[in-house]
Design a binder for this molecule. Sequence first.
Ligand code: 13P
Ligand code: SF4
Length: 361
Amino acid sequence: MTQSSAPDDKLMSDTLLVREYLANLPDKTELASSERDQYRHAIKKLLKEKNAVLVAHYYTDPELQSLAEETGGIVADSLEMARFGRDCNAQVLVVAGVRFMGETASILSPEKTVLMPTVEATCSLDIACPIEEFAPFCDQHSDRTVVVYANTSAAVKARADWVVTSSIALDVIEHLKAKGEKILWAPDRHLGHYIQEKTGADMLLWNAACIVHEEFKAKGLFDMKTLYPDAKILAHPESPASVLSMADVIGSTSQLIKAACDLPDQTFIVATDQGIFYKMQQLAPEKTFIIAPTAGKDATCRSCASCPWMGMNSLQAMYESLRDGSNEVRVEAELAKKAMIPLQRMLDFSAQHKLKVQGKA
Ligand code: 13P
Ligand code: SF4
């Protein structure tokens, strides 16, 4: 059984809210190559001085991803970012991603300082699932196990029984279904629907979506596939069901990268944020990666295969945050204690199922 939590007018008001956020985003300033070099040099120096490490997501600017790699940090999906931040020895974590990733790092490592190049970088899923609406919804369905996606606020996590990322969501729901549990899932309805279809679990779905993946359209994908008949389609499960139905591989960012490397095919059409091409191209330089078509219109599109909030992370902002210790993310202790429980459950589960999770592509 799949149910929707709210009528489409909720989705409409969420969409308007997200548009308002996007309209107010500052334009990105392009740096000259000499300026870039200066920032890179200065960041490397500060990282050493402050015993700091970069923890970057695959969707951030390749410039930040390469800097993380060169300095002993990590470029990863949201699950691995959380694990790395918790386990590394650095005193300061510089999280290049969106706000929930910084909050997760702070919850898991309260003894470390967590900085972000920008604390304004949010996520449409987080925006569309405010705790004031989510908590009463959970109360109304107290017979259900509450499973929330990592792309949520600390307060929403604190209300949940489980937190999951896209790397591990399917395995956790399969596990809960085997125990006979009914699920309340939030916030991504496409990911929820995909898991529900795969597992047959009884899931009540919150009604929100990722503005980036929502833009991928099956019609355009179909046309593109006729142009590249031999290409394999890789899709993130935040994409709509019509897109997922055409995909050869569906998975988290790390699972898609693994598939791009492991499959013998030469050409891939990729339905996710194009920041991922940096790692795909690095690991499989002989292969061709094409971004899946979106419905957005050229320059007016601010979320087409490119997350506007991930894009707010810049070299300049990272340098300033490290230099000044600004943009610190700290989750209040009581809230962090509650949010830690479902997060820890996810990490324990992933440790127990390690081979299975890593092997899935
Ligand atoms: P991953 O956990 O697959 O990296 O996804 C995070 C995300 O925000 C996708 O839009
Ligand atoms: Fe959120 Fe989508 Fe951006 Fe991921 S890509 S951070 S889900 S808005």
